[in-house]
Design a binder for this molecule. Structure first.
Ligand code: ADP
Length: 287
């Protein structure tokens, strides 16, 4: 299949299943703390940098971290639009919506849990997304009932699974792959985060969480590793300061990795759709 540029793919994107949004990419992980939100924010910004209109929905009910990572003030409230609806909050040129705009840090977990899937669907369907090419959803970590319901009810076009190379995280990532397979959401690939630690002082590189795990798992599940992201102190600081790396240091090695990740996500999704269209339709006959 011939390779199209991102601009060519953008020009050919057809309307999607959600009003105002052409394609939805879920960023998920089998467990928390592996860098899912970091990847979601930088992936969204990398798509934006490459000419796409992008939205970011923070669906991580356990710890909605996008407001902090995008530098949106915690007291900023989403404006009500009409009877039922919210205007997205603009951050670094992204249309964003987050549970964090609606619940405070002290909101009890017991309340967040049961309301989660209902409220998230409301956020997704009642936000006034404007002409978005790709909506990135930062999913809640894990593979429990809430995640399964969301994967089922949200019209996701493709999923990116974030993991670290550590065995335990990989085991959890397997469960995430299987969860999306169960609800027929195509996997675009894995992102191996914290793959290599790069020392701030001497540049020495060390594979703190082991090597090659992501690649082995990708092979076992017939998918690909979309990116290997290094563990760097600067990246962590930039996220904490509300200016993700793609914005803070757009020429850095990490930013280049996120730009390449965005390109691979778009082209993989595009190719998977084209292959899907070419499959012969199965017609059931009576005899
Ligand atoms: P998750 O969404 O999976 O819970 P986060 O994206 O919130 O994980 O990341 C957890 C912490 O790790 C954050 O402080 C984040 O800045 C940091 N972090 C994530 N990826 C990296 C990385 N590649 N290098 C350095 N710090 C990272």
């Amino acid at each position: 299949m011939s390779q199209l540029s991102l601009a060519q793919i953008k020009a050919q994107l057809t309307p999607g299943r959600l009003k105002g949004v052409k394609r939805i990419i879920a960023v998920a992980s089998g467990k928390g703390g592996v860098g899912k939100s970091t990847v979601a924010a930088n992936l969204a910004l990398a798509l934006k940098k490459q000419g796409m209109q992008v939205g970011l929905l923070d669906a991580d009910i356990y710890g909605p971290s996008q407001p902090l990572m995008l530098g949106v003030a915690t007291d900023q409230q989403s404006e009500q639009a009409g009877e039922q609806g919210f205007e997205p909050i603009m951050a670094h040129g992204l249309q964003t919506m987050s549970m964090g705009y609606l619940v405070s840090e002290s909101t009890p977990m017991v309340w967040r849990g049961p309301m989660a899937s209902g409220a998230l669907q409301q956020l997704l369907f009642q936000t006034h997304w404007q002409n978005i090419d790709y909506l990135i959803i930062d999913m809640p970590p894990g593979t429990g009932d809430i995640q399964l319901t969301l994967a089922q009810k949200v019209p996701v076009d493709g999923a990116v699974i974030v993991t670290t190379p550590q065995d335990i995280a990989l085991l959890d990532a397997k469960k995430a792959i299987e969860m999306f397979a169960k609800v027929h959401v195509p996997i675009l690939g894995l992102v191996e985060n914290m793959a290599i630690h790069v020392c701030t002082h001497c540049g020495h590189q060390e594979a703190i969480f082991g090597e090659g795990g992501g690649m082995r798992m990708a092979e076992a599940y017939h998918t690909q590793v979309l990116a290997h992201i290094p563990l760097t102190k600067t990246l962590r600081m930039e996220m904490d300061q509300g200016t993700p790396t793609v914005m803070a240091r757009s020429d850095s090695e990490e930013a280049k990795i996120f730009l390449a990740l965005a390109e691979r996500c778009v082209s993989t999704l595009w190719q998977q759709e084209k292959i899907g269209e070419q499959l012969p339709e199965i017609v059931m006959s009576e005899d």
